[in-house]
Unconditional design. Sequence first.
Length: 75
Amino acid sequence: MEPNNTAVVTATNRNILLEILTTGTSKNAVATKAGISTSSFHRKVTGRTDFTLRELGRVAEALEVKIEDIIKDAA
């Protein structure tokens, strides 16, 4: 059975926000490091639009974690 897309997006976004809190950085700093506009990053992390796989990779790099760390528990 495939996971519900909404649940996957919600879990991924939650993991991104948890990593931001853990690292003590800001959403704006992560967005800038990932090359995503702050307004677009906010829309994506709140679930209004989706991250692309490439963007998730850049967010992981900006947070200095593996992409697996932000997509864990999403499937």
